[in-house]
Design a protein around this ligand. Structure first.
Ligand SMILES: CC/C=C\C/C=C\CCC/C=C/CC(=O)SCCNC(=O)CCNC(=O)[C@H](O)C(C)(C)COP(=O)(O)OP(=O)(O)OC[C@H]1O[C@@H](n2cnc3c(N)ncnc32)[C@H](O)[C@@H]1OP(=O)(O)O
Length: 280
């Protein structure tokens, strides 16, 4: 409690205000001087995206809009893992009602993040496989700390990246590079990611990443907000519409693929291999 008060006091002095008071799995703060919001994922141990975390991310994105944020930095409180992607336990031997809600929330969160009116920057301060990579790809600018990995590795797990995951990557690195990376399930090192254009900047640490992210958002200070946001909407509309118009089909396809016995078997082996690794 004392620590909380001390932290709040320190944040107030530096002009940082806490939003989303009820959130537990994310923290949303805003810098009152710049209007830039920071959304930090904080679901230990690895920010895997389960229904509850997705719900909080989605609410925080709305809150940043309602608060007229000038920009948003997406990052992790865990220096080591940005996000481990979708929580595999949501997809393994799933409860039908819950897994439907989970996938629907994932769709909603991606649509919101992909279309925010404000500029978005991912400060990728750790590994970022699969769904973690999708979050980063949905931002407008990606800054990554050295010595980590990022990519859409679904095929390695025996599952398939849905069309909108694929489109998010194609829009950033193009068809040829995406085809090679996705079919192999390749995880790029920070250096490789920069070379292929998957990320825009390499930094030494999160603090440097945050400074660079603020500088990126600051570039838009003199660009009329609505002109910028409408341009972004039109640039991204085709990609988003392909999911918006087919959400039900996408959900059914996901359910069909993920409940296949061979997909369940692959997920089971994968969970076990992660557990074995963790106990070594
Ligand atoms: C229209 C539709 C069409 C088709 C759809 C079909 C199929 C569905 C497609 C679904 C798409 C899915 C995308 C995904 O995001 S799948 C998830 C992919 N994620 C990964 O492969 C990452 C796995 N994790 C790791 O590689 C490492 O954990 C990581 C590098 C992130 C961190 O390493 P670190 O050494 O720091 O931690 P670990 O010791 O490995 O892990 C700690 C504990 O966390 C558990 N863990 C890790 N990742 C996950 C995860 N993604 N979900 C759930 N749990 C995870 C791990 O097991 C450890 O647990 P404990 O042993 O401590 O209990």
């Amino acid at each position: 409690m004392a620590l909380l008060c001390f932290q709040s006091l320190r944040m107030l002095r530096s002009g940082i205000r806490c939003m989303s008071q009820n959130a537990q799995l994310v923290s949303l703060t805003v810098n009152d001087k710049t209007g830039v919001a920071t959304l930090s994922l904080q679901r230990p141990p690895v920010n895997s995206l389960n229904l509850e975390l997705l719900t909080e991310i989605s609410s925080a994105l709305t809150e940043a809009t309602d608060n007229n944020s000038r920009g948003l930095i997406l990052t992790s409180t865990n220096d080591g893992v940005f996000s481990a992607g979708l929580d595999i336990l949501e997809m393994y031997k799933p409860n039908l009602d819950r897994v439907k809600e989970f996938w629907t929330k994932l769709q909603e969160t991606w649509i919101k993040l992909y279309q925010t009116a404000y500029p978005t920057v991912a400060v990728i301060n750790g590994h970022s496989p699969a769904g973690g990579c999708l979050l980063a790809l949905s931002c407008e600018h990606r800054i990554m700390v050295k010595n980590f990995t990022i990519g859409l590795n679904e095929t390695r797990l025996g599952i398939v990246a849905p069309p909108w995951f694929i489109a998010s990557m194609v829009n950033v690195i193009g068809q040829r590079q995406s085809e090679r990376a996705l079919t192999l399930g390749h995880m790029f090192t920070t250096e490789e990611a920069k070379n292929v254009g998957l990320i825009d900047e390499i930094v030494q640490n999160k603090a440097e990443g945050t400074t660079q992210a603020e500088a990126f958002i600051q570039k838009f200070a003199k660009i009329p907000f609505q002109a910028r946001s409408l341009t972004k909407t039109w640039l991204r509309n085709k990609t988003v519409e392909s999911l918006v118009k087919n959400r039900e089909d996408d959900l059914n396809m996901f359910l069909q693929v993920v409940t296949q016995p061979n997909a369940q078997e692959s997920l089971g082996h994968y969970i076990q291999s992660l557990k074995n690794k963790a106990t070594k």
